[in-house]
Ligand binder design. Structure first.
Ligand code: FE
Length: 344
């Protein structure tokens, strides 16, 4: 067949597919085999599957995924090397994303679309990953025993008035490592260590395994104030609307509330990097961002997208706009500091 008619017959085929796609998804099914995207996700299945289903509906492209915790997925990607089936790693916390980047598990996103959708301070400096949702780690207090006028900053929780009244989640959790890392970035090591020592001396009881147990301890009267991620508060409030707890936005006259991201990047050995990029671009876009945040009561990473009504009800706040990557760079300093301060 001469080159020209080959060109036209291909063109004819793709037009037929485009038309067919609207009617039956027939051509989409064919391309699904070729264009399948494989995702390793530390974000839970019920949070990602509605988005992936929608993407498949819109494009006909199949998405395969497994979910596990971030550490296990990072180890798995390292062990699999060039044989990995994964095209995308999705995970929570800039500390984990930074770690994966340091291990050489990503390739640059190289996407003007993502750069247009997500502000630079919510993406990797080296272009390896982008944030896709924002979570605030803020104060929560007993509405029965604390007047919000008593609260001001994370640092003030180290003051003697909170002796025996503070609950914390374990320092082993990356969320607290990231919080302390950003404090080191702003306040320096010495001042941060003094504050963490103050927190430890104010603890009502040993640190808890998770944010929900930490808040339940306040409700049970074990302590009066704690530091938690907003979506865990949202979850608890949904299951128990009468729970006598409220959120407080600290550091509003200073650096703002500590925020972190969930996000993702294209794996270094992706078999379908173009498909992976297109999916991440879609997730960063205005249509998907609302749902991506809303499903876990988070804030969209794309600033042009509104928050859900439930989240809006918690009120506006000033967020720390330090590049979230600091959480990764100073993570090991934060771990050592918390260890010295005997924060377990
Ligand atoms: Fe979480």
């Amino acid at each position: 067949m001469p080159a020209q008619s080959r060109f036209f017959s291909r063109l004819g085929l793709s037009v037929a597919c485009a038309v067919g796609a609207f009617m039956t998804l027939g051509c989409g099914e064919k391309s699904a085999r070729d264009d399948v995207i494989t995702v390793y996700s530390a974000r839970a299945e019920h949070l990602i599957s509605p988005l992936f289903d929608r993407y498949t509906e819109e494009t006909g492209i199949e998405i395969r995924y497994i979910t596990d915790n971030a550490g296990a997925l990072i180890q798995r990607l390292k062990a699999e090397g060039g044989n990995t089936p994964a095209d995308i790693l999705l995970t929570v916390d800039a500390g984990n994303l930074w770690q994966a980047s340091q291990e050489g598990l990503f390739q640059p996103l190289d996407s003007e679309i993502i750069e247009a959708h997500i502000p630079a301070h919510r993406r990797a400096d080296n272009g390896d990953w982008t944030g896709l949702s924002v979570r605030a780690r803020t104060l929560v207090y007993s509405t029965a025993r604390v007047d919000p006028s008593e609260l001001s900053t994370y640092e003030a929780l180290a003051e003697p008035q909170w002796e025996g009244r503070l609950c914390l989640r374990t320092s082993k959790k990356v969320y607290n490592q990231s919080l302390v890392a950003t404090m080191i970035n702003t306040l320096g090591e010495d001042e941060t260590e003094n504050i963490v020592r103050g927190w430890v001396s104010n603890l009502a009881t040993d640190p808890f395994a998770n944010d929900t147990a930490t808040m339940e301890a306040i409700a049970a009267g074990q302590c009066d104030v704690a530091i938690v991620n907003t979506y865990y508060f949202g979850r608890l409030q949904r299951s128990n609307p009468e729970i006598p707890l409220a959120l407080f936005w600290p550091n509003q006259d200073g650096r703002g509330v500590h925020i972190n991201v969930s996000g993702g990047g294209i794996t270094r050995h992706a078999k379908n990097p173009d498909g992976a990029r297109a999916l991440l671009e879609w997730l960063a876009g205005e249509q998907a961002q609302y749902q991506f945040a809303e499903v876990n009561q988070e804030y969209p990473a794309n600033p042009r997208v509104d928050v859900s009504e439930e989240v809006a009800a918690w009120g506006d706040f000033r967020a720390d706009d330090v590049n979230v990557e600091v959480a990764g760079r100073l993570q090991s300093d934060a771990i050592r500091l918390m260890d010295r301060a005997r924060y377990r």
